[in-house]
Design a binder for this molecule. Structure first.
Ligand code: SAM
Ligand code: 2KA
Ligand code: SF4
Ligand code: MG
Length: 242
């Protein structure tokens, strides 16, 4: 059996972001990322700071853990990271979850393709804007969107760009223009990962949300877009495991 590097299994909570925002879900967070975004809110998955907490678990062990923690109180699991798309064979986790009547979502940045993407029920691809300091490989992203389209999976797919400034807005417009038939989300960037008072963070993020709404309203290229904050950040601040 393959083993997967896992840093957190938690829930039930709500999906705080994107295409199924508000959906009750469990989270499985894998370790390791091929990016190092300047503002990553989960940097512990790749910066070495939580190295000791990484567990190598089989799909069966992950499912046992989900059932132990979540009981009968969930029917949706979100796989995030890090970049879970670094992992081959994740169908070993996805297929048994489906057999158990559980839907599976994925968070990834669009830097790698895996064949198991076509079994994901809610697939969020989140290419990174200039503020992240990462560079988008457009030919890989084109290939991923093309494969999903060919497989008839666009109804299960969305694009989500996190926005910190006006340069990021222009990048978001480019992404949406390039893939017009993929549902498109803009998300408020959290630029205060050190704030430990959730009320202070919420107030700041709501101001950022208003700014982002104003930007989208003013754009002629984003008439079909959706604008969302990270709901979990508004409710629980920078807390981990929620
Ligand atoms: C931590 S990432 C893990 C999955 C994958 N590596 C990715 O980036 O899509 C999950 C989501 O959180 C978003 N995110 C990370 N840091 C953020 C921040 N400071 N503010 C808002 N969203 C953030 C990412 O853009 C991504 O959509
Ligand atoms: N509640 C909640 N919603 C989320 N949506 C995406 C998350 C992530 O870190 O990938 C996340 C998370 O960590 N918590
Ligand atoms: S791609 Fe995702 S996990 Fe990796 S550094 Fe960027 S935000 Fe963090
Ligand atoms: Mg998160």
């Amino acid at each position: 059996m393959n083993k997967y590097p896992v840093l957190e299994i938690f829930g039930p909570t709500i999906q705080g972001e994107g295409m199924v925002v508000g959906r009750k879900t469990m989270f499985v967070r894998t370790a390791g990322c091929d990016y190092s975004c300047a503002w990553c809110d989960s940097a512990f998955t790749w910066d070495g700071s939580a190295k000791e907490d990484i567990e190598r678990l089989t799909a069966e062990e992950i499912i046992d853990r989900l059932n132990d923690i979540g009981g009968n109180k969930f029917n949706h699991v979100t796989i995030s990271g890090g970049n879970p798309a670094l992992l081959k064979n994740l169908h070993e986790l996805i297929d048994p979850l489906h057999e158990q009547g559980v839907e599976v979502a994925l968070e990834t940045q669009g830097s790698r393709w895996q064949d198991w993407f076509t079994s994901i029920d809610d697939l969020t691809i989140s290419p990174k804007p200039p503020s992240s300091k990462m560079k988008t490989n457009w030919s890989i992203l084109d290939d991923i969107i093309h494969r999903l389209k060919e497989a008839g999976r666009l109804r299960n797919t969305s694009l989500k760009v996190v926005i910190f400034n006006e340069e990021d807005m222009r990048y978001a417009e480019d992404v949406h223009e390039r893939y017009p038939d993929v549902p498109f989300f803009l998300q408020v960037g959290n630029d205060d990962l050190e704030e430990d008072e959730s009320a202070n963070l919420a107030s700041h993020l709501l101001d950022q949300y208003e700014w982002l709404i104003d930007q989208v309203v003013a754009s002629e290229k984003l008439n079909q877009a959706r604008v969302l904050p990270q709901v979990h950040a508004l409710v629980w601040g920078n807390k981990r495991g929620v």
